[in-house]
Ligand binder design. Structure first.
Ligand SMILES: O=P(O)(O)O[C@H]1[C@H](O)[C@@H](O)[C@H](O)[C@H](O)[C@@H]1OP(=O)(O)O
Length: 924
């Protein structure tokens, strides 16, 4: 077999050649014994006695790992170590891991090639994008030292699973040193003293790194199948760093995509289509309208139908993306992928340190939810919505202006009606069923349920809006002219026009008084209650005559209504069903009448919302839906992961159902140019997440994908848990209590654009977002302190000084310091201490986000796990150079380079700059 020198595809653990991934010929090879969901093979590398090509030259080495598949015998470049500088005996920080799905066998051959790196700015990582099926260009800035190869089976069967191989020059002749390959297994990483590290690894960039699997205690291994159903393509790295008392700590970094990236948008678009189709139908069924309103309705319907078609097309396109779980940064402007979040990943750090409990730190990284395809020329949602509302309020001469609150109310009442009417009807039928069985107990129970639901139904209409909408609709009917002018309610209310046309008013002119018979509605509405009372009275009477005396004769308020009962003729031993049937019919008829009137009037309110500035208002809704969809996909992902990791923490579960969860977003966008618009979109998208509640249900099949229900103003995400996990939940959650989230966003721009904003532009957007969200965070803390049990709180306060942290955050927000990254650190710390869900976002969640999450990881190691202070920068460089985030860059733009140039980096806060050789001009 010929081993070509470095002729293969761009390295990357998760870009398997398709043929390899499912080769039927594979079955003739010996599989590696493996634990489910864990990597099959992991090893670390070290070299000894390397020979420099030129005497006295200090070696800066790296090892490139390639795989030779036993069938194809072709070489696939798999991964690299980091560069270790200035030593002939390098101990490499980066190990090698083959995830469970990788086609590797005992017969698979691994080739290790050692290079001497002369120019770091050209190396550490491959810096060019390779056209497919093309050999890479000759390596720049590095020279070949030697290579060795081995079969996986040899390594696994070797003594202590360690091989010491001679490194040879390319002609296979001269030995230029030794390379040690040792298998790593969890629990085998030494807990011994690490005090030799300062001398042993002098000149090296950091401590030992290898790639490995999760410690059981923190990963909740039993729950893995559940988590694996939403997380895909994990990349895993493991590092070992010294602690301040010279012990080893072990850190595992993991990054995974989520199929929720596509699943949630599809759920949401389907829901919007359903909601809009229903609304369009209701608008069609508004009945006869005067010509002005009728034309308006026709116009609205034309646009609304077009919108539904557009949503349907987007859904069709998205449904074609079967199996996708990731939208790359380069696709962020694609129309058909607009609803999908950009570059959504779980970034996880697990820490195993000598004296402390194992800990897990999760951050969801995602591109700022924003409508990239629509663009940012006119700003983002925050500005657009504000402007739209102001203009609508001030120019409402073609329609009636209802405030956003009133419009939302109309939608809520409509949705309640749609839910309650069938519910009441079902309970009425159940009552008849009990009557036909002649069962007093069953009859009483059915009546109780019917009374409860009918009461809710009647209550749903108890809103002034229904009254004013009825009147407005009345006046919009042909000939529905007000005969006398209404008397103004307040100084802001104008009188309604007396002549036709135009029948156009402003909101503050919605008429309240006229010849219109307002009491008619009261009568229709009251009839529902009356007919229920008749049913109650009849049931009492039937039971009483049947001989039962106990528990009868009460209506919902516990009061007897003897007069009603007496007025209904009843005959002993007569068929109960026959007695009740006409009363139930009357109840249903009365309800039908109420529903019909209320539905039409409230739909008329919705027509007003749509009537202004078509099609812009629909485009604004589309923009909001797009941004929300991206935000929701991230949130659901974060929620499911948080639930999975904290499932056995009673304090967390109690917090979940009594308080709800804080969800903290760190934004790194600049308040300059297009990113202003992105930030404006993001702020609204995140704030809209308040409308989401979660409900946990038991999974009845293997399908554990969440289901989104509800409507635009109120969404419920049903999270399905396998029976075993579901059982461990508190009763309140199992009974379906809605679980709430409190989203907060803190943004600090860090790049050169932010420098421009600070010098020549405007940072007020960032300042007001941070201030507003600080207030929300404070409010959450207050509720948390009030609602959690006192003993929990006292223990919590012993551990954390949240008050001081909040105060500190407040001061930093107020201080107006430039690029004040302390804000992000404090907000993140508060979120972690409050058991919240952490997010980090920039435009693409690729470059700035990578700098920030790696900095956060290392800061946590320093502050919470006693990372040796001399190793802070080394750890940071390690994670940025060879960790999960450079893989993130690769999978996004097919190039292992953070997209920064020197000039940009000069503007970055110090700890946000990546190590030399890992950044450069990349065509993103
Ligand atoms: O992941 P981001 O930080 O949003 O990527 C930016 C990068 O920060 C910037 O330096 C570069 O010029 C590009 O604009 C990157 O955004 P892309 O969306 O083009 O990847």
């Amino acid at each position: 077999m010929e081993i070509k020198e470095e002729g293969a595809s761009e390295e990357g653990q998760h870009f398997l050649p398709a043929a390899q991934a499912s080769d039927p010929g594979d079955c003739q090879f010996t599989s590696i014994q493996k634990t489910p969901n864990e990597p099959q093979l992991e090893f670390i590398l070290a070299c000894k006695d390397l020979v420099a090509p030129v005497r006295d030259r200090k070696l800066n080495t790296l090892v490139q790992i390639s795989v030779i598949h036993p069938v194809e015998q072709s070489l696939t470049r798999y991964s690299s170590t980091e560069i270790v500088e200035g030593t002939r005996d390098p101990l490499f920080l980066t190990g090698v891991t083959f995830p469970s799905e990788y086609p590797i066998y005992e017969e698979t051959k691994i080739k290790l090639t050692v290079y001497d790196v002369k120019d770091k700015s050209h190396d550490t990582v491959r810096t060019s994008v390779l056209p497919e099926h093309k050999d890479p260009p000759p390596e720049v800035g590095r020279s070949f030292l030697g290579y060795a190869s081995f079969k996986v089976g040899e390594l696994l069967k070797s003594k202590e699973q360690l091989l010491a191989l001679s490194l040879r020059t390319s002609d296979g002749g001269k030995v230029v040193g030794t390379i040690e390959v040792s298998v790593v297994k969890m629990g085998e990483i030494e807990d011994g003293e690490a005090d030799h590290i300062t001398t042993d690894v002098q000149g090296q960039k950091c401590a030992l790194v290898c790639e490995c699997t999760a410690p059981e205690s923190v990963s909740g291994k039993d729950n893995l199948p559940f988590l694996n159903s939403v997380l895909k393509n994990p990349v895993c790295k493991l590092y070992r760093f010294p602690t301040s008392d010279n012990k080893w700590m072990r850190i595992r970094e993991q990054m995974s995509e989520s199929i929720l990236s596509f699943h949630i948008p599809k759920e949401l678009i389907s829901l919007h289509i359903k909601e809009d189709l229903c609304r369009n139908q209701e608008i069609k069924e508004l009945g006869e309208l005067s010509p002005h309103w009728d034309n308006l309705r026709k116009n609205v319907l034309t646009h609304c139908d077009q919108m539904v078609n557009m949503y349907q097309d987007i859904l069709t396109e998205l449904s074609k993306e079967t199996g996708s779980s990731f939208k790359s940064s380069s696709s962020k402007g694609e129309k058909t992928l607009e609803f999908v979040p950009v570059n959504l990943h779980l970034q996880r750090m697990q820490v195993h340190s000598p004296h402390l409990k194992d800990a897990l730190y999760d951050v969801i990284t995602v591109g700022a939810p924003a409508a990239h395809f629509q663009g940012f020329k006119n700003g983002g949602l925050r500005k657009l919505l504000h402007r739209f509302e102001t203009e609508r309020r001030n120019t409402g001469y073609q329609f009636i202006y209802y405030s956003p609150e009133n419009t939302a109310k109309a939608k809520e009442v409509l949705s309640n009606i749609n839910q309650l009417q069938p519910l009441v009807a079902t309970h009425a039928d159940l009552l008849l069923n009990s009557a036909s069985q002649h069962s007093p107990d069953s009859l009483k129970n059915s009546l109780k349920m019917l009374s409860e639901k009918t009461e809710l139904f009647v209550h749903a209409f108890k809103d002034q809006l229904v009254r004013s909408a009825l009147l407005a609709l009345y006046t919009a009917r042909p000939g529905g002219v007000l005969k006398k002018p209404p008397s103004p309610k307040s100084s802001t209310e104008e009188s309604s026009p007396q002549e036709q046309p135009p029948l156009m008013r402003r909101q503050d002119s919605i008429p309240h008084h006229s010849d219109y018979d307002e009491e008619e509605w009261d009568r229709v509405w009251a009839n529902v209650g009356k007919s229920l009372n008749c049913i109650i009275a009849m049931v009492d009477k039937l039971i009483e005559r049947d001989g039962g005396s106990e528990g009868s004769g009460s209506n919902n308020d516990g009061e007897k209504e003897p007069s009603l009962a007496d007025s209904i003729p009843s005959h002993p031993r007569e068929d109960w069903y026959e007695q009740l049937y006409p009363l139930i019919l009357t109840l249903k008829d009365c309800m039908g009448e109420v529903v019909n009137r209320a539905k039409q009037s409230l739909t008329f309110v919705l027509l007003q919302e749509l009537a202004y500035s078509l099609p812009q208002c629909l485009m604004l809704t589309l923009r909001r839906d797009i941004v929300f969809s991206q935000a929701l996909a991230g949130l659901v992902c974060g929620f499911i992961i948080k639930l999975q990791t904290s499932l056995y923490d009673p304090g967390f579960l109690q917090q979940l159902h009594t308080v709800g969860l804080i969800v903290q977003y760190e934004g790194l966008l600049s308040t300059y140019s297009d990113e202003i618009g992105m930030l404006e979109d993001m702020a609204v998208g995140i704030s809209d997440l308040k409308k989401v509640a979660f409900k946990i249900i038991e999974a009845k099949s293997n399908d554990v994908l969440p289901v989104v229900t509800g409507r635009r103003e109120h969404y419920v995400v049903e999270v399905k848990l396998p029976a075993r996990m579901f059982e461990s939940l508190p009763l309140q959650i199992k009974e379906g209590q809605l679980l709430h989230v409190y989203p907060v966003l803190f943004n600090v721009g860090i790049n050169e654009q932010q420098t421009l904003a600070e010098r020549f532009g405007d940072v007020s957007l960032q300042e007001s977002i941070n201030q507003e969200n600080f207030e929300l965070l404070q409010e959450y803390y207050k509720i948390f302190m009030e609602k959690m049990p006192p003993d929990y709180i006292s223990h919590f306060q012993e551990q954390n000084d949240l008050k001081a942290l909040l105060e500190n955050l407040h001061q930093n927000i107020q201080s107006k310091k430039r690029k004040n990254v302390e804000i992000m650190w404090l907000a993140a710390t508060i979120c972690r201490k409050l058991n919240g869900i952490r997010f980090t976002c920039c435009k693409s969640a690729k470059d700035r986000t990578s700098m920030s999450v790696t900095l956060e990881q290392c800061s946590i190691l320093r502050d919470e796990h006693q990372l040796h202070k001399d190793f802070f920068i080394r750890a940071l460089d390690c994670m940025r150079r060879e960790g999960c985030r450079i893989e993130n860059v690769l999978k996004n733009i097919k190039c292992r380079k953070y997209a920064f140039n020197m000039l940009q980096l000069m503007a970055f806060p110090k700890y946000y700059r990546p190590p030399e050789g890992t950044y450069g001009k990349a065509d993103t």
